[in-house]
Design a protein around this ligand. Structure first.
Ligand SMILES: Cc1cc2nc3c(=O)[nH]c(=O)nc-3n(C[C@H](O)[C@H](O)[C@H](O)COP(=O)(O)OP(=O)(O)OC[C@H]3O[C@@H](n4cnc5c(N)ncnc54)[C@H](O)[C@@H]3O)c2cc1C
Length: 569
């Protein structure tokens, strides 16, 4: 029953599958062991009703700058990209409806912002910025570069992504930008509150919370990822996952599904394989790894249940259990309807051919953002649901893809998928992990009422069906989606870059010899960017475990451990 591979990957989510493709293409023998009937994890689409392809988790492609598109040649394996003429817009109760367009059509954004801001619009030049190589370099230096060792002696201003950012923004960037929150940065640079709210909301759903100190630039970068890509995979995120999985298989990777890893087998302090659990297709089977075991599962489960405390230093185990999941736990609704929301205000900017794929409503003032933050982070409860309070306590993201990708729903229908609202992480909800599930019906009614408040056509016969998953449901359907949190662990200063998820784990290596991490609880965190596996490849190459062919190119900003020692000398 024992089988041997060079690498065994526990968990075939986005990151585990992508690493399998990288390793297999490098000529290594690889086995992916996945608990669910199919790989891809949060990169999933489901059809709750025939033809309606909804997004229970990941929805947008943020990874347009990923080297893996070229390196893994995903187009050969079925990946197709659909550019969106408008990726983002926002609506206020006062009747402004602003369509920001996208890098593929900048005129709509300029016109639409000018209608509400006059000549104060900060738009000039933004379009060029969004498509330039400078932006791609900045994104790659921040996301597609392994974090530096936490103890490396480097001035924060010398970190490459800071330098790339300065090259892009020049003097506009304040000297203390590295210490600021996004809200502080926006207050210094933008003079129209709804735009600041919309940008803050976008940041909250793309990265760090906009009020967290020292996270202004990572927050902003999250939304720049979306701006740079400005589109999504044809057929949805699962189609993208399929191209990755097909690439891995084409290069000889072995994928075993319906097989939960019960244990990462550690012998004499070294990870040597995985043991499958009782509920697996072949219970008790051991799959051995000659070179390394890679965990594609979150950091807590990896150490506290798969490795087990008996192999860990007590202090290390405690630090792992202290990793914080605050932020990013989402309520997700998908609404099948006959017409798209017709928001009040400036309907000419929301014409079908340029309809914004993602709309923030209501984007009135910071008060909504703060009230919601207080509810989900401080009171740790589902926000107040009465109609009067709701308008001031909830802002939501209302997304649709079918305007640009006709594969998403049947002719004659429209699909709003997803509508996102931030909720407390299941772990911390004062009403228990199922807190949001207990009020699911009320919450859904509040969300639909709020939507109809901004778009009066979203009532009656226009709504055909509604499907909902809470953070608890996300966690339940996907064993890897801890706390239903889309970035796995809080993206705060103390859990980001060289501190993510803990300083000693930031380079994907672990205290267990032969065990590496490849999940969104490592840097750069959530999103299907193919970044964690790309960064990890650098470390595996450095550790002499893999040697890819000429198709591989490393991050020009990568620092090896040898470089660090040199710097210290
Ligand atoms: C509501 C929501 C919205 C999101 N929106 C976006 C978005 O718009 N764009 C975007 O790019 N990303 C988005 N994300 C984030 C994205 O889905 C995740 O960051 C990504 O899926 C992380 O990939 P991963 O491989 O690290 O983890 P996962 O996708 O969680 O994969 C982990 C895998 O490990 C498996 N597993 C767990 N335990 C075991 C075990 N013991 N044995 C074997 N297998 C196991 C799981 O079944 C799973 O397949 C969203 C997430 C959520 C929840």
């Amino acid at each position: 029953m024992d089988e041997r591979f060079d690498f065994v990957i526990a968990g075939g989510g986005h990151n585990g599958s992508t690493l399998a493709a990288y390793l297999a293409k490098s000529g290594a023998s690889v086995c992916v062991v996945e608990a669910r009937p199919e790989c891809a994890g949060g990169q999933e689409n489901t059809e709750p009703s025939p033809g309606f392809r909804i997004d229970p988790h990941a929805t947008y492609l943020y990874g347009g700058a990923a080297p893996a598109f070229e390196q893994l040649e995903l187009a050969r394996y079925g990946f197709r990209f659909v550019p969106y003429r408008s990726i983002f817009g926002f609506v206020t109760s006062a009747g402004a409806a602003v369509n920001m367009g996208s890098r593929w059509d900048q005129s709509i954004g300029e016109e639409s912002l000018r209608a509400v801001m006059g000549d104060q619009t900060p738009f000039q030049g933004l379009g060029q910025l969004l498509q330039g190589e400078a932006l791609r370099d900045f994104l790659r230096s921040m996301f597609w570069t392994a974090p530096y060792p936490a103890d490396m002696d480097i001035e924060p201003s010398e970190v490459p992504w800071v330098q790339c950012l300065k090259k892009m923004f020049g003097d506009i960037l304040p000297d203390n930008a590295l210490d600021m929150s996004l809200v502080e940065l926006l207050d210094m640079t933008v003079d129209y509150e709804p735009l600041k709210v919309a940008q803050s909301m976008a940041a909250w759903y793309c990265g760090a919370h906009p009020t967290w100190d020292g996270q202004a630039l990572p927050s902003l970068a999250g939304s720049l990822l979306m701006g740079y890509t400005a589109g999504s995979p044809r057929g949805g995120m699962h189609a993208y996952a399929h191209s990755i999985i097909r690439c891995a298989l084409a290069h000889g990777a072995r994928i075993i599904t319906n097989s939960e890893v019960e244990e990462i087998v550690v012998e004499n302090g070294r990870a040597v394989g995985v043991r499958l659990g009782e509920a697996s297709a072949t219970p008790g089977r051991v799959i051995r790894a000659d070179k390394a075991v890679i965990s594609g599962v979150d950091v807590s489960q990896t150490f506290l249940s798969l490795v087990g405390r008996r192999h860990l230093d007590v202090g290390f185990a405690q630090r792992v259990s202290d990793v914080n999941f605050k932020g990013g736990s989402l309520y997700v609704a998908s609404v099948a309807c006959r017409e798209l929301p017709r928001y009040h205000g400036n309907p000419e900017f929301f014409r079908d051919e340029v309809y914004p794929s993602c709309v923030v409503w209501p984007a009135d003032s910071y008060e909504n953002l703060y009230a919601q933050t207080e509810d989900v982070y401080s009171r740790k409860k589902v926000p107040e649901l009465s109609p009067e309070i709701c308008r001031e306590h909830l802002s939501m993201m209302v997304c649709t893809h079918d305007v640009y990708d006709e594969t998403r729903c049947p002719d004659g229908y429209r699909l709003l998928s997803p509508i996102y609202v931030q909720l407390p992480p299941t772990h911390y909800d004062v009403d228990g992990p199922e807190g949001a599930n207990k009020v699911k019906a009320e919450l859904t009614k509040a969300v639909l009422d709020l939507l109809a408040d901004g778009a009066p056509n979203m009532t009656g016969d226009n709504i055909v069906d509604v499907w909902v998953n809470t953070p608890y449901d996300s966690e339940f359907r996907n064993a890897g989606m801890v706390a239903g949190n889309w970035y796995g662990a809080r993206q705060s200063e103390d859990q980001w870059f060289s501190n993510r998820p803990l300083p000693e784990l930031a380079r994907y290596r672990t205290p267990i010899d032969g065990l590496y991490l490849c999940n969104h609880t490592s840097h750069p965190g959530g999103l299907c960017l193919m970044a964690v596996p790309y960064n990890l490849m650098h470390i595996l190459i450095e550790d002499d475990l893999v040697s890819p062919g000429p198709w591989w190119y490393p991050s020009p900003w990568h620092v090896t451990d040898a470089d660090r020692r040199l710097a210290e000398v």
